[in-house]
Design a binder for this molecule. Structure first.
Ligand SMILES: Cc1cc2nc3c(=O)[nH]c(=O)nc-3n(C[C@H](O)[C@H](O)[C@H](O)COP(=O)(O)OP(=O)(O)OC[C@H]3O[C@@H](n4cnc5c(N)ncnc54)[C@H](O)[C@@H]3O)c2cc1C
Length: 548
């Protein structure tokens, strides 16, 4: 069996008679006439249909047939769990009969019937993978490989599992015809055509999320828990909190996965002996959290936390959500080294992550990786598989103090990776994209080389500016928790209880900090995930506690 047919078989399984019989009490039977539309792309919370008689076709964009469901098969995709707008449409092919299972009933059923839950979840995830590979017809991006905005846009769509077709103006001269059809000039790229109708020129990720319905949230309810940040720490907390019955909303400024989502391969995370891409880890965790009922709003940035109870999370432009407990999981952001013109080349030669998307851009060419920590080592090893040569540049005398032994060995054993110690980049040049890099070594000698790709992995600072004076931070801006808060800090913060703050609890009761943003945290995926699970136990306690 080829990989493609294997994927098709996993994506479109048939239910047994016994499995269908288990679903019958939750469903209603419906007869469909030829051509009857069950749902359109963009609808939300549609039902799941099990085909009893006849056929149902699933179409994307302008009637491209994704699959035809026959008796025993069932409809559905990850959107059924999340309530996000659906990306395909469904139509009866001839007269048909189906069993209709409403989305709300499906969501509670997957939490109780382990066998059906596994069949549905695996099928939904495989279907989304197939749609992503097919490119989908619902969203079209027209851009250029030499345009930073194009890379950012495609990364956002990919990391949010949004199928999209892509046309590169450098490779497809006929594209001007499509652009003319929408009265779009070449200077407007990247252009995103949303559901075949709405044309977004140079859109921000917030505009794209709005168009695709990824950013919706309900402001009227007071949540048990709001989690800020959907990196590994926030995703883990969402899985545990939602699975334990809490009403959880996760707010994410960009895409689920955080820093880990930009990793080409995580090799030290328990249970994945051959490693797992950051994208796969993040999208599995995202679906898992949604399966348990966690809600997500992406491309939404928290600008302020108001520290009166219930806590008020301010998303700017008048949008506020309230919660009885808060988890801060906002992680860190890449530090930008002091190199003149750096921002001119971001996304067009200078990158802060090394995923297959960036790798395509430097295939067969030379690349520089700056940094001496694990993220830099991983990037160098990954890029050595696609680039002709990779030069690692570190300021210090070597890698041994900052990098795991297994990565150092891998680097030493890879013939097309060179390590330059005591070295720093001093100039970047190029016309419209990065073309030349100059660096200075320990002897102060400078070298200039025609290299068009630089990956910067040079450490990070905490994302805590939005917290202002709500919780105590350390001198580097990381959030202090638990025993890091001494009596003076607690008195200053007017800590209201006789008990001290719990582990991961900040100077505000019921406000927790986990993962990389927490002072003293171990900057690892497993640590962030572990803190997320432990923290939820403390959230339960705080919800039962009242302020004296
Ligand atoms: C390239 C790379 C490779 C790595 N490889 C490994 C590895 O192999 N093994 C390993 O163990 N670790 C690895 N790490 C480290 C690991 O990824 C981090 O330790 C981990 O991601 C920390 O998780 P987190 O959830 O605490 O924070 P983050 O991953 O930083 O996630 C924080 C999230 O919060 C969001 N956010 C920030 N501010 C706001 C706001 N105001 N409002 C809303 N959302 C906000 C951000 O957009 C982000 O998505 C790697 C890191 C990088 C960069």
């Amino acid at each position: 069996m080829t990989q493609e047919t294997q994927e098709e078989a996993e994506a479109f399984p048939s239910l047994t008679e016994e499995q269908i019989a288990r679903l019958v009490p939750l469903t209603t039977e419906r007869d469909l006439h030829d051509g009857e539309i069950l749902w359109e792309a963009g609808d939300r919370n549609r039902s799941l249909y099990v085909i009893v008689k006849g056929e149902l076709e699933i179409l994307s964009g302008t009637n491209h047939v994704v699959t035809v469901h026959r008796p025993g098969a069932f409809t559905g995709d990850v959107d059924l769990l999340s309530g996000r707008p659906v990306v395909v449409r469904a139509r009866a092919l001839g007269a048909a009969r189906v069993l209709e299972l409403p989305a709300a009933k499906l969501r509670s059923m997957v939490q109780t019937d382990a066998e059906l839950s596994e069949i549905f979840l695996r099928a939904f995830m495989m279907r989304r993978l197939i749609l992503m590979k097919q490119g989908g017809q619902n969203v079209l991006v027209i851009g250029s490989r030499h345009c930073a905005g194009t890379l950012a846009l495609r990364e956002f769509l990919t990391r949010n599992s949004q199928p999209h077709a892509y046309i590169d103006v450098e490779e497809d001269p006929a594209i001007q015809e499509t652009l003319d059809r929408f009265a779009v000039g070449i200077g407007d790229i990247p252009v995103l055509i949303c559901r075949g109708t709405q044309v977004l020129r140079k859109p921000t990720i917030e505009e794209v999320a709005r168009c695709l319905g990824l950013d919706t949230l309900n402001e009227t309810v007071v949540r048990d828990l709001v989690i800020i940040g959907a990196g590994p720490a926030g995703l883990s907390a969402a899985v545990y909190a939602a699975s334990e019955g809490l009403d959880v909303l996760v707010i994410e400024a960009r895409s689920p996965g955080g820093q880990a989502g930009s990793s080409s391969r995580i090799e030290n995370y328990l249970g994945f002996p051959t490693g797992i891409t950051g994208l796969a880890l993040a999208s599995n965790a995202f679906v898992q959290a949604e399966k348990f009922g966690a809600e997500f709003a992406v491309a939404r940035t928290v600008v302020r936390l108001d520290c009166g109870r219930p806590y008020r999370v301010d998303l700017g432009a008048g949008t506020v959500v309230q919660a009885r407990a808060i988890i801060i999981a906002s992680g860190v952001r890449y530090r930008k080294p002091d190199i003149p013109n750096l921002s001119d080349y971001e996304g067009i030669g200078v990158y802060y992550g090394a995923t297959p998307m960036e790798a395509v851009l430097c295939k067969g060419e030379e690349a520089i990786v700056v940094g001496g920590a694990n993220s830099a080592g991983q990037a160098a090893v990954f890029l050595s598989g696609v680039c002709r040569r990779v030069t690692m540049m570190v300021r210090g005398p070597g890698l041994s103090q900052s990098m795991s032994r297994y990565l150092i060995r891998r680097i030493e054993e890879t013939p097309n990776i060179t390590l330059n110690t005591g070295t720093r980049i001093v100039a970047l040049e190029g016309n419209g994209r990065l073309e030349r890099v100059t660096w200075r070594d320990g002897s102060e000698a400078t070298t200039t080389s025609d290299i068009g790709h630089v990956f910067l992995m040079t450490g990070a600072d905490p994302n805590t500016a939005w917290l202002q004076d709500c919780v105590r931070l350390d001198d580097k801006g990381y959030v202090k928790t638990g025993s890091d808060l001494d009596a003076a800090a607690l008195a200053e913060a007017r800590w209201p209880f006789s008990r001290p703050p719990g582990i991961f609890e900040t100077s505000r009761p019921g406000v927790f900090a986990i993962g990389d943003v927490r002072a003293g945290s171990v900057k690892r995926v497993a640590a962030a995930v572990g803190e997320g699970s432990v923290c939820v136990q403390l959230v339960h306690k705080t919800l039962a506690e009242s302020v004296t």
